[in-house]
Design a protein around this ligand. Structure first.
Ligand code: AMP
Length: 418
């Protein structure tokens, strides 16, 4: 089925064709008609599936068809967990809406607010925002959400992980009761189901097979190694196999910085990307990585979330994630768009419990390897993991203060004091 058969306007079709898209992805096939109908939607889909166009195209069509208020007002609000994702959604809205007379703007923390205030004053139809800055500006009287017709929560599971539930509830009190709601989430945890129940009215349910649970195209392996040999093993694997465009995940920002420095010293160009880096530094690192100038990008989970890096050949878990679902998100970065990918995890004795959690979640036992010269000490005793197993039972409590992209520039801390 083509985009035109889905009932999209010529103005949108032209923009889609200019992007080189020939046919809708599965999520687009299912979501576009539902959104055009005006129904609420609960969709399980993650980055890489084409979900952004799946909600943006029909949302723009509804806005351009609908009755426009005399004064330009925010009629569609898209909430995202991170500024990277907000920027990507904002770009999609501009691209797909280029032939429509609609105005959009992105709002997120960590940058000066004046341009955002100016854009709001000038009048907008579509607002894409991270919750913290949105509420800051609303409290200052710069945002009026009383005309919102469509509310989208993108990567809702990640928003909850990052402790945004109260912010979301506050936003819900600011929008009209009568509206269309679209909720996208990679996972359907109990918390997401509770939110869906509160938010959605007789929603259509759409689930597209997350590419990373089919896993056929992703070769996964675990290297058993001692804690203090991980860095050496990583450098060895990269050099021996000639890996390029390697995305490496670490548990902490400090760990990401240290690893990037050490790899660079070993002639493996690497940069770290995390919430303490300025937006400019992140954009530069990502640009160099995408263009192939940078061999290794070291990232924390939250910083990596929402990055549109496609067809990535290698993902390495330098540390296993504390939350098993993050493993699925991480390896979903590889093997995209029909290409093969490899996801390698370096696992020391401290992480056996985390590995067990992951294997239970993905319902498979991962192949274990030992690299000659890096045999783990069979008598090694596990040590507690920094930010690790102790908090495993309370991932929310751990994530709130440490979520590195949650509130750039201390936005959350400032608001918490109020
Ligand atoms: P998303 O899952 O929304 O982050 O989209 C992932 C990538 O797929 C983006 O780079 C889009 O430009 C691209 N994309 C979205 N829809 C299509 C399509 N129908 N055909 C080809 N590429 C697409």
């Amino acid at each position: 089925m083509s985009f035109s058969e889905l009932g999209l306007h010529d103005d949108l079709l032209r923009a889609v064709t200019a992007q080189g898209y020939t046919k809708p992805t599965p999520i687009q096939l299912k979501a576009i008609p539902v959104v055009l109908e005006g129904r609420d939607l609960l969709a399980s889909a993650q980055t890489g599936t084409g979900k952004t166009a799946g909600f943006t195209l029909p949302m723009l069509q509804r806005l351009s068809n609908g009755k426009r208020p005399a004064k330009r007002q925010v009629r569609a609000l898209v909430l995202t967990p991170t500024r990277e994702l907000a920027a990507q959604v904002g770009e999609s809205v501009s691209t797909y809406g280029q032939h429509l007379a609609l105005r959009s703007h992105i709002i997120f923390g960590g940058v000066g607010q004046q341009p955002q205030v100016d854009a709001l004053k000038a009048g907008l139809d579509v607002l894409i925002a991270t919750p913290g800055r949105l509420l800051d500006l609303q409290q200052q009287g710069h945002v009026d959400l009383s005309a919102v017709e469509i509310l989208v929560l993108d990567e809702a599971d990640r928003m909850l992980d990052m402790g945004f539930i109260h912010d979301i509830k506050r936003v819900l009190r600011l929008v009209p009761k009568q509206r269309q709601n679209l909720l996208f989430s990679a996972t359907f945890s109990n918390e997401i189901q509770a939110l869906a129940q509160q938010l959605l009215n007789n929603p259509a349910l759409i689930e597209v097979a997350p590419r990373n649970t089919t896993a056929e195209k992703i070769e996964q392996a675990v290297y058993r190694v001692d804690r203090d040999k991980k860095r050496e093993l990583l450098a060895h694997l990269i050099q021996r196999h000639g890996w390029f465009q390697v995305l490496v995940f670490t548990r902490t920002k400090h760990g990401a910085n240290r690893l990037a420095e050490q790899l660079t010293k070993q002639d493996i160009p690497a940069m770290a990307i995390h919430g303490n880096k300025s937006q400019g530094a992140r954009t530069r690192a990502l640009g160099a990585f995408k263009s192939g100038d940078l061999q290794v990008l070291v990232a924390t989970d939250i910083a990596a979330r929402g990055l549109d890096i496609s067809e990535l050949p290698h993902v390495v878990n330098f540390d296993l994630p504390n939350v098993a679902e993050d493993y699925v998100h991480r390896i979903g970065r590889t093997g995209r768009a029909g290409s093969n990918g490899e996801a390698v995890s370096l696992v020391c004795v401290d992480e056996h419990g985390l590995l067990g959690n992951i294997e239970r979640l993905i319902k498979q036992s991962l192949p274990k390897r030992i690299e000659p010269g890096f045999e783990p000490d069979p008598n090694a005793k596990p040590e507690p993991i920094e930010n690790g197993r102790r908090q495993q039972r309370h991932p929310q409590a751990r994530r709130k203060p440490t979520s590195d992209a949650a509130k750039p520039g201390g936005e959350r801390r400032r608001r918490a004091r109020r």
